[in-house]
Ligand binder design. Sequence first.
Ligand code: ATP
Length: 243
Amino acid sequence: MSALRAVGVHAGYGPVPVVRAVDLHVSAGEILAVVGANGAGKTTLLTALAGLLPLSGGHLEVADARLTRTGPEQLTDAGVALVPEGRRLFQGLTVEEHLTLGRWRQRVPRAEFAERRRHVVELFPILEIRKDASAEVLSGGEQQMLAIGLALMRAPKVLMLDEPSIGLAPVIIDLVFAVLDTLRAQGQAIIIVEQRVQKVLQLADRAVVIQHGTIVAEGPARELATDPRLHAAYLGASSIDLD
Ligand code: ATP
């Protein structure tokens, strides 16, 4: 069973098509990496999968059930959570307040909420220590952990992350990747867009390579690491991390 499946998905901005005919899927306990050069359409794809951009073609399935409506509320309620590029936390809200957000909309019972919170602070103990700190005074790494924690508080079927390593020190990137590895072992389905190509291909199970909004290669992540189509997709790109 797929946690999330995109079938023939098209999306763009107004009349400008960006993502074209994308088919992908991810299962529970699996990490799918989406890689490709700057401007290939990775963020646009994740935004569409999260319901934040309308589909101009194709459809989405969550847990093998086809969604008839694909707005942000439908995707959130179906169990798709996006950790956006740049974290996008709420200024003035503390760590604890962030973790509590969404409890009421989802009507999460107290015991279930406590269990989700316990899970999040077990993954990121710093969030317990910094629980009364306002989001804007957190370090970049703490903010990324909070953004992931916020998404996990919804107990999503699919966790999607857009460039989680941006602006983070190598040691923090390793910590975040280790948490993603733990989440996978716990059965979480994960889709990750990441510029650190070789690093993410070591972490992921499978990968898709996007070029001009279309998937040009897919397969086991470690095999794709040496695939010429991966290198071709990055030709001419300004920022690459292929080695
Ligand atoms: P990057 O790694 O640089 O973030 P990406 O693969 O995530 O790149 P997207 O950000 O999805 O690529 O951009 C794909 C294309 O869509 C680019 O040509 C970009 O200029 C265009 N685009 C992105 N956002 C918008 C927008 N809000 N309105 C119009 N065009 C956009």
